[in-house]
Design a protein around this ligand. Structure first.
Ligand code: GSH
Length: 204
């Protein structure tokens, strides 16, 4: 299996953490989708990372499909519950965390406009509100629990730590630590795991 990703991509990190947690061997192929010589479109017509090249030669994307595929490999169903209610809850967490990353990415790209005069502060504020609300929802749902869902680590915890890690990387000024101490505790606990510590984005 080969994982095509960029080291700072939170979506690729989510997949990497799951691969490591499951103990699945894989080859990491670093590729920046915005580099002029990128080969990402050969694996994903959408030109985004992560993409996974399976041992049978199939390319899979996006990260939500890849994690579903990985859960079909042994140890099967270890990170997404198999009961309907649990599965939907964990996928809801993933959608929340991924959506939080999407809003972060929009802000990052908006700020990178070559002509600063064209940067839309109202668009940034619109996206910031999504981040605020998604973090508040994560914090509310987590409460004082150790794990996002149930009594063990799931894909939900992995998705959340990837989203929070990307905030630390790209939007350092975002005051999530002051506002949500329970997310900080979860984040710190998750960093005790080698899978999370080893996949810290190098930045910048
Ligand atoms: N929904 C996708 C999002 C992937 C994504 O946006 N990846 C970014 C890097 S973090 C990317 O490759 N962007 C390149 C582009 O938008 O052209 C997933 O979950 O895999």
């Amino acid at each position: 299996m080969k994982l095509i990703g960029s080291p700072n991509s939170p979506f690729a990190r989510k997949v990497s953490i799951l691969l490591i947690e499951k103990g699945l061997p894989y080859e990491w192929i670093a590729d920046m989708p915005f580099a002029p010589d990128t080969r990402v479109p050969e694996f994903n017509p959408l030109g985004k990372v992560p993409a996974l090249l399976t041992d049978s030669g199939r390319t899979l994307f996006d990260s939500r499909v890849i994690v579903e595929y990985l859960e079909t490999l042994p140890p099967r169903d270890a990170f997404i519950p198999t009961d309907d209610a649990g599965r939907i809850e964990v996928k809801r967490w993933e959608a929340l965390a991924d959506g939080c990353i999407d809003a972060q990415a929009v802000i990052v790209f908006e700020r990178r406009r070559t002509d600063p005069a064209t940067i839309s502060q109202s668009w940034i504020a619109w996206q910031s509100a999504k981040i605020d609300r998604s973090l508040a929802e994560m914090s509310r749902e987590l409460g004082s629990a150790r794990w996002c869902y149930g009594d063990r680590i799931t894909l939900a915890d992995i998705a959340v730590v990837s989203a929070l890690g990307h905030l630390d990387l790209r939007l350092k000024e975002f005051p999530w630590r002051d506002r949500h101490p329970n997310l900080v505790a979860h984040f710190d606990r998750m960093h005790e795991r080698p899978s999370v510590a080893e996949t810290m984005p190098p930045g910048p």
